[in-house]
Design a protein around this ligand. Sequence first.
Ligand SMILES: Nc1ncnc2c1ncn2[C@@H]1O[C@H](COP(=O)(O)OP(=O)(O)OP(=O)(O)O)[C@@H](O)[C@H]1O
Ligand SMILES: [Mg+2]
Length: 356
Amino acid sequence: MSYHLASTDRPQAVAATEPSPAEFAFRSIVGQSRPLRDAIELAHKVAARRMTTVLLVGETGTGKELFARGIHYAGPTPGEPFVAVNCAAIPESLLESELFGHERGAFTDARGRKRGLLELAGAGTLFLDEVGELPPNLQPKLLRVLEERRVRRLGGVEEIEIGCRVIAGTNEPLEDAVADGRFRDDLFYRLNVFRLVLPPLRAREGDMEILAQHFLTQVAQEQGIEPKRIAPEAMAILRAHPWPGNVRELKNVIERAAILSEGDEIREEHIRVQDRRPLPPHVPDLPAAGAGEIHVLERGRSLAEIEREAIALTLRFTRGNRSAAARILGISRPTLLRKLRRYGIEAGIAAEERGP
Ligand SMILES: Nc1ncnc2c1ncn2[C@@H]1O[C@H](COP(=O)(O)OP(=O)(O)OP(=O)(O)O)[C@@H](O)[C@H]1O
Ligand SMILES: [Mg+2]
């Protein structure tokens, strides 16, 4: 089976990366804005304190994983593993044994002993991305590991010492998950020891231009050509865009523009940015009257029912494109997938995207 354990841009089965390529430390984080420099300075400080848990809070594409790697490689044990896990992307049944490991025979499929990622991270770093999606039954187990620095594999009796630092990432305010009862407050307080907020791209003055140039240079280097220039009209479009997908979105837009433009200049027609308006004024194919609206009945409806309907309607609007739906709904794609599973919406969506 192949699933997305890591939230890196390149899909990989298990992201237990080799130690220390310098490009992963803070120098690969591009930008000059005050909020970004402040975040890097804080990250530097906490990097030195190996056992301090860090909570990285930021919208999708703001560089949480980049910062997690930076903290790891700038820390005292860069030669130890950096392991990234996306809590929302792994089926609940697998996540437990991935994190904590299992002994032979712990459950039907457990043919051999398996070390968990907490163990495999050694004296390095475990990055738990989208930690707000950690299933409720695993939350007390993680809390116990963080407090006692020990883990028992599934079906095991032996207590194994855990030496890694845990960095957690979230793109929703974890306080909301606590308020909804989806996330234990004791675990929240335990993770929230050192909170590092990564500003969205639209709040980093001047960084968009610097990053756009940076990605253009990168593309040019790969192709062995001179970096292309960005025409003023094209730049105006980039400046006007709110960048809901942040740096990742900018990177994609620039790479695409560089491919489309044949000359040495990026022009208006090479820039394609997503329109963020949730519903355009006229949607010809939406089903008949009222179907695009969400109704709150007189007797009231649960938030879950309304959420289910909002998701279904948005998917209909995006013709089944889940990445687009996630963007419109303001949640990550893995979160959307989890909600689809929870609400059983999967069936009946005609056009499924072929995304990565
Ligand atoms: N300041 C930056 N300088 C250079 N590249 C950046 C910067 N911030 C982000 N990137 C690049 O943007 C992409 C997204 O970054 P990253 O995966 O770290 O974001 P994220 O916050 O973890 O996103 P998600 O919440 O979707 O997992 C990566 O390719 C990363 O290298
Ligand atoms: Mg990430």
